[in-house]
Design a protein around this ligand. Structure first.
Ligand code: DON
Length: 301
């Protein structure tokens, strides 16, 4: 802990534990309630693989919605941005993550980072869940496993997602078997990661789609450009505007308390702290990113 970067990350952890609003651990998926509300990890990884970790960097949790931009990247990489854009929009919905954000008539979802758009994007990846697991593992630099208990819990409580998928299928937007597609989506949300993994995944994006440690290509630079664009406009749900104002980095949050942010060409950050604000974003992780951005002038504009 002697290097200055790790020291700053650790100071932020203490400050934000003290100053953040209390927040609430997600409980709509029963398995998520087992999370330790005091766990807090912050990891920064440079685009060329230097890692600075503070606190609970290796506590495991499920990736949840942070999977969405990476699955979008896999779909764009396989099909091209026009083909994906024809099926899933790229406009911020301004609505909660589980809203029925569908275009009237066509059923085309607003963007790939709300649940509707994410389920549709999952259905587009050739090779289904196996390719998704392999692709997200490539972003993380090691094989990611599914948390079977969270997967089962998501299935039992996933009526809203299943309903959204049925509406998209009824409108002709979603093709294929609704239950198989939604199950792939639940499994993708149940992949196990740590704050260290999130930093690695973010660093792969910061490194223009190449593994930060080996420089091996994961996706193309153009795919990364599209992915960071949707993260910048839609990554923090109905908090995306305020996030852009105060942090100014493309990012993505998930209901288990993870947040990942990217400083293009420089580094990625992965954070984990389970208590959430009303929008479903981790209160401590958001505050830590705001302070980090202000302190080091990270805003992209
Ligand atoms: O669709 C769901 O309900 C979850 N499996 C994923 C949601 C999520 O992480 C949204 N995040 N804020």
């Amino acid at each position: 802990m002697n290097d200055p970067i790790t020291r700053v990350l650790d100071e932020l952890r203490h400050e934000c534990t003290r100053d953040a609003e209390p927040g609430r651990v997600a409980d709509y998926i029963p398995e998520l309630t087992h999370a330790d509300p005091e766990a807090f990890g912050i990891v920064l990884e440079s685009h060329d693989g230097d890692v600075y970790a503070a606190g609970d960097a290796d506590v495991e949790f499920t990736i949840q919605s942070i999977s969405k931009p990476f699955v979008y990247a896999l779909a764009v990489e396989a099909l091209g941005v026009e083909a994906v854009d024809a099926r899933v929009g790229a406009e911020p919905s301004g609505e909660p993550f589980n809203a029925i954000s569908l275009e009237p008539g066509t059923g085309r979802p607003a963007n790939p980072l709300v649940n509707a758009g994410a389920i549709l994007t999952t259905s587009l990846v050739p090779g289904g869940f196996d390719r998704i697991a392999e692709g997200l593992s490539a972003f993380a630099g090691h094989t990611l496993a599914v948390d079977d208990a969270v997967h089962a819990s998501e299935r039992e409580t996933g009526d809203r997602n299943i309903a959204i998928a049925h509406l998209m299928r009824a409108a002709g937007a979603l093709e294929g078997d609704v239950h198989a597609v939604v199950d792939d989506y639940f499994r993708q949300c149940s992949l196990i990661v740590t704050a260290r993994d999130l930093a690695y995944m973010a660093a792969t994006l910061a490194n223009a789609g190449r593994d930060p440690a080996t420089d091996a290509p994961v996706v193309s630079e153009l795919t990364v450009q599209h992915t960071l664009s949707v993260m910048a406009t839609c990554g923090m749900y109905d908090g995306a505007g305020e996030w852009m104002l105060h942090v100014g980095l493309p990012a993505k949050s998930g209901v288990s308390g993870g947040v990942l942010a990217v400083s293009p060409g420089q580094f990625g950050i992965g954070l984990y702290s389970p208590p959430l604000d009303a929008r479903g974003n981790s209160v401590r992780a958001v505050l830590a990113c705001e302070r980090l951005a202000a302190r080091f002038g990270l805003h992209i504009f």
